[in-house]
Design a protein around this ligand. Structure first.
Ligand SMILES: [Zn+2]
Length: 146
């Protein structure tokens, strides 16, 4: 796992709250984190105060491996808003721990002609310093070991 060392593009940053801080700051430790139910083991995303499977409130952030697969994607050619250099890949990635846990993210460091549904990917973090909380945006790149 490595940091994105390319020039950091402008992004609309997420609003960090007490409920989602573990997610947006996990990259400081190189960790992609999701809530997990300690009663039944269900991974929960987006964050909820209660397990949707067993209704336990014993849910805590836990790091996953950072590995996943590309569930689906689109290529954005349109400058809808300030953001990464065009074109770029908007990806839905499912994590290897639970295919039902999916992140909407960007696929980076991958020529668009090489993008394939189902390809193994791994997380990389793009750090933004917004003054208060630093934010680490989880992005994904092809996983050569996947
Ligand atoms: Zn549960």
């Amino acid at each position: 796992m490595s940091a994105v060392d390319d020039e950091v593009p402008f992004r609309i940053l997420p609003k960090v709250t007490d409920r989602n801080r573990f997610f947006w700051t996990g990259g400081a430790q190189g960790e992609l984190r999701f809530l997990r139910c300690r009663s039944c083991g269900t991974w929960i995303h987006p964050p909820l105060p209660m397990c949707p499977a067993c209704h336990s409130k014993d849910v805590v952030p836990e790091a996953v491996s950072g590995r996943g697969r590309l569930h689906t994607y689109t290529v954005n050619h349109q400058p809808w808003m300030p953001g990464p250099e065009l074109p770029y890949v908007v990806a839905i990635v499912e994590i290897v721990e639970d295919r039902s846990v999916r992140l909407t993210t960007n696929l980076v460091r991958c020529p668009i002609d090489d993008v394939r549904i189902g390809m193994p990917v791994r997380v990389v973090f793009e750090h933004h310093d917004d003054g208060a909380d630093g934010v680490w945006i989880p992005l994904f790149e092809p996983d050569p070991e996947g």
